[in-house]
Design a protein around this ligand. Structure first.
Ligand SMILES: [Fe+2]
Ligand SMILES: [Fe+2]
Length: 265
């Protein structure tokens, strides 16, 4: 039980635990750390890392970059998407890769009426975040291979969609909400990595500890971006609203066990 692995991280975890409205329920920890569910947990975690990178890429494509850079972002993601959606054996089939990522290329880039002061900050933070999430993806993939876990298709948790359905329709309000949700997801990921550490095999536990620092920074980056984009608007009421929705998604019984699910009834 490598519980002492977390000793040096309390200063980093305290702001996250104070921010979220609830801790992960004990029942979820029990279910997720059951050795029978290790392959499910890591497979879903792999998908989460890809989704985190895709979400950051989508923000860049929609709110910041020109068409040529948008294409570069899609090409950056393409080999990872191919590995997840069709298995890594197809990674060299370029024609298939292009078809697979074709649906993402439909996402429209928003033409802003003018250059916004927050665009540079969004660009630098989201590019770094994408880089780190894709590195985490490779790390999860390596751990799965070491544990002889084959990549299986999996369905998405209700979690992110449960929050995203409440975003505002306005241009800036919608972006602020997406950034708040990004911060909440990063905070919960961090809280869950720490909650799982004492219950997982040591190699996976050590890996989860190694993720805490970057995920904690992602949480702060998303929230500071939300404040920056919001300008005069006080984001606190929106943050509290989304935290309340998140608490319900974490505490109420869920149909499937996932990295961000509630406990399965
Ligand atoms: Fe990550
Ligand atoms: Fe992250």
């Amino acid at each position: 039980m490598p519980v002492n692995l977390l000793n040096n991280y309390q200063g980093l975890l305290n702001p996250i635990n104070n921010f979220l409205l609830c801790k992960t329920p004990d029942l979820w920890i029990e279910q997720a750390s059951d050795p029978c569910n290790l392959s499910l947990l890591l497979t879903d975690h792999l998908h989460c890392e890809l989704k985190a990178a895709q979400s950051a890429g989508l923000l860049l494509r929609r709110y910041v970059v020109d068409e040529a850079t948008a294409q570069q972002i899609l090409q950056w993601l393409e080999p990872y998407e191919t590995r997840v959606y069709r298995g890594h054996l197809l990674a060299t089939e370029n024609e298939t890769n292009t078809q697979l990522s074709g649906k993402n290329k439909q996402a429209p880039k928003l033409e802003l009426a003018q250059s916004e002061p927050w665009q540079d900050e969004l660009l630098s933070k989201m590019v770094l975040l994408m880089k780190e999430e894709l590195h985490h993806f490779d790390q999860v993939f390596t751990i799965m291979e070491a544990n002889n876990i084959e990549l299986q298709p999996t369905t998405a948790a209700r979690y992110a969609a449960g929050m995203l359905r409440h975003i505002r329709g306005s241009e800036v309000g919608g972006l602020v909400d997406k950034l708040i949700i990004g911060g909440i997801i990063e905070a919960r990921s961090c809280e869950r990595f720490a909650a799982l550490v004492p219950h997982l095999p040591e190699s996976v536990a050590r890996f989860y500890v190694s993720l805490l620092r970057s995920e904690a920074r992602h949480f702060e980056d998303y929230l500071s971006l939300a404040e920056l984009v919001a300008g005069e608007e006080d984001i606190a009421p929106r943050v509290q609203m989304f935290l309340g929705i998140e608490q319900n998604l974490i505490e109420s019984p869920d149909k499937v066990l996932r990295f961000h699910s509630g406990p399965v009834a």
